[in-house]
Design a protein around this ligand. Structure first.
Ligand code: G1P
Length: 296
């Protein structure tokens, strides 16, 4: 089964990035000159997804605007004969077919995904959380799609090894490795943000999932969990008791751009990876290190 739709929750307030997020959706904060949400949407498109569903909230219309044409700007760029910029803006305005659903109350990730139920219907779908950007040869969602495909179109969650002291930041899984695929596990259980001593493993998700529509049944059954919120993790924990569910150790380098440290790391790394910014970044760092008499 091909996955055609992906849900991207973008309703959050982004308090870790105040004051920037006072008026600007956190997803619109750029790494270099590209808003973080574009990296996420590109991951979906490059995985073959045809439609993105933004679960959004009031005041975050800039995200929808970004993925639609801006005729005033285009006219301006045309008059100024800035043709490469014009092409770039047109392309972004047409890069994805999207739909939006408003999450009126911030009741948690589980609640956000449930808001998309009517737009998903009865097909398998993906979910990407935008706080983590992942650089990989093959998009992570695509990697998960392939695992789902060879396992009877069942649900798959992307996981990575974390430092055991970090379990309180993530949904953490337990499972048993498949005999024919050392990177894939059959999921047995999942716990949201456990204390290190209570964590079932050091395998956590940075927010990449493929679900069968059965997840909606459990999203309606769960009670408020960690932080008083309806947790997607709790619904996953129920779904994996009822039908086979897999966890896949994806390949890729992940950046937690939801906090300042990860954001800085991504900015430097992305600049170093791009040919046209690499030399500039290196010379800036060298110059600053020598100017402030630092040692690195
Ligand atoms: C959410 C999920 C958590 C996941 C994390 C990845 O938590 O609930 O299971 O590991 O995203 O970023 P949040 O970071 O939104 O609190």
């Amino acid at each position: 089964m091909e996955i055609k739709k992906v849900v991207i929750p973008v309703a959050g307030k982004g308090t870790r990035f105040l004051p920037a997020t006072k008026e600007l959706p956190k997803e619109m904060i750029p790494i270099i000159n590209k808003p973080m949400i574009q990296y996420v949407v590109e991951e979906a498109i490059n995985s073959g997804v045809e439609e993105v569903i933004f679960v959004t909230s009031r005041g975050k219309e800039a995200i929808e605007d970004y993925f639609s044409r801006n005729k005033t700007l285009e006219k301006f760029l045309e008059e100024k004969q800035k043709f490469p910029e014009l092409e770039m803006c047109k392309k972004i305005g047409e890069m994805v077919t999207y739909r939006t659903v408003i999450q009126n109350e911030q009741l948690g990730l589980g609640h956000a995904i449930l808001c998309a139920e009517d737009l998903i219907g009865s097909e398998n779908f993906g979910v990407i959380l935008g706080d983590d950007l992942i650089l990989s040869r093959e998009p992570v969602l695509k990697q998960l799609m392939e695992v789902s495909k060879i396992n009877n179109d069942k649900s798959v969650i992307g996981v990575m090894e974390i430092d055991p002291s970090d379990t309180k930041k993530y949904g953490v899984i337990s499972g048993s490795t498949l005999a024919n695929d050392p990177r894939t596990l059959k999921l047995d259980a999942m716990v949201e943000k456990p204390e290190p001593l209570k964590a079932p493993s050091n395998l956590a998700t940075p927010g990449r999932y493929i679900f069968t529509p059965r997840i909606f049944k459990f999203l309606k059954e769960i009670k408020r969990g960690v932080g008083g919120e309806y947790q997607l993790t709790d619904a996953i924990n129920l779904l994996c008791q009822e039908e086979k569910f897999f966890a896949h150790k994806f390949k890729g380098d992940r950046f937690d751009t939801g906090n300042i440290q990860g954001y800085l790391e991504a900015t430097i790394e992305f600049a170093l990876r791009e040919e046209n910014t690499r030399e500039t970044m290196i010379s800036i760092i060298k110059e600053k290190v020598s100017h402030y008499n630092l040692s690195i």
